[in-house]
Design a binder for this molecule. Structure first.
Ligand code: TMP
Length: 212
C-alpha cells in the first residue's frame, strides 16, 4: 500500500510545467521532504526509449492506437519501476504528466474515447495521483511560447486537436474535483507558483506530513 504522496502536473504544451517543477523542487527541499521527480512519457530507461519513438516527427505513419498503447506502456513501466516503490518508501513523487494526459490527448484529442481510460487503468494498477495540478492555459497561447522548430510530433498537431485536448482536461477537472487543482497559468510564473504552494501547504497539512 502507498503511504507517500503522488502529485502530477498536467496542462497544454507550453503551459509552464517545467518551470513550475523547478519551483516545486525548491518547495520540498526547504521543507526537508524527500521527493522524486519524473516525467512522462519516459522516466525509466525503457520509457525514455519509448519517448523517442512516440515524439519523433519522422514517425508520421504511427496510428492512434499504437500511440495510445506506447504511452500506456511507458506509464506501466514507470509505475512498476519507480512510482510505486518510491510511494511505498513514503516519498513524495512529482510526475510531469500522467494518466490524465492520455485521456486528454489520446481520448479527446485523437478521439479514441473511453478505451484509453481502460488501457491506462490496466497500466497503473490503481496508482492514482493524490493531487493533480492543472496548468490552465488556452492552447494557442501555450503554442506561441514554443519555438516552432522544436515542436515534437504531438505539439505540431493542428490547433483543433489541441482545443479538443483542452476540452478534455476541463471535463476531467470537473469530474475529479477532489484531486484537480486548477491554476491560471496565463499569469507570471511567481504568481502561478504562489498558488501551487498554497495548494501544497493544504495537502501536506491534510495528510499530516511532517516538515522541517
Ligand atoms: P512533454 O512535452 O510534456 O514532455 O510531453 C510530450 C508530449 O506528449 C506532449 O505533447 C503531450 C503528449 N502526451 C500525450 O499525448 N499523451 C500522454 O499520455 C502523455 C504523457 C503525453
Amino acid at each position: 500500500m502507498k503511504n507517500g504522496l503522488f502529485i502530477t502536473l498536467e496542462g497544454p504544451d507550453g503551459s509552464g510545467k517545467t518551470t513550475q517543477s523547478a519551483y516545486l523542487r525548491e518547495y520540498f527541499d526547504i521543507r526537508g521532504i524527500e521527493t522524486v521527480f519524473t516525467r512522462e512519457p519516459g522516466g525509466t530507461a525503457i520509457g525514455e526509449k519509448l519517448r523517442t519513438i512516440i515524439l519523433d516527427r519522422a514517425n508520421s505513419e504511427m496510428c492512434d492506437m499504437t500511440e495510445a498503447l506506447l504511452y500506456a506502456a511507458s506509464r506501466s513501466q514507470l509505475v512498476h519501476q519507480m512510482i510505486r516503490p518510491a510511494l511505498k518508501e513514503g516519498k513524495v513523487v512529482i510526475c510531469d504528466r500522467f494518466i490524465d494526459s492520455s485521456i486528454a490527448y489520446q481520448g479527446y484529442g485523437r478521439q479514441l474515447g473511453d478505451p484509453v481510460r481502460v488501457i491506462n487503468e490496466l497500466a497503473i494498477e490503481g496508482c492514482m495521483p493524490d493531487m493533480t495540478i492543472f496548468m490552465e492555459l488556452a492552447p494557442e497561447i501555450g503554442r506561441s511560447r514554443i519555438d516552432p522548430a522544436a515542436l515534437d510530433r504531438l505539439e505540431q498537431e493542428k490547433l483543433e486537436f489541441h482545443n479538443r485536448v483542452f476540452r478534455g482536461y476541463k471535463e476531467l477537472a470537473e469530474l475529479y474535483k477532489d484531486r484537480f487543482v486548477c491554476i491560471d497559468a496565463s499569469r507570471d510564473k511567481e504568481a502561478v507558483s504562489r498558488d501551487i504552494c498554497r495548494a501544497l501547504d493544504q495537502l501536506l497539512e491534510d495528510r499530516g506530513f511532517s516538515c522541517r
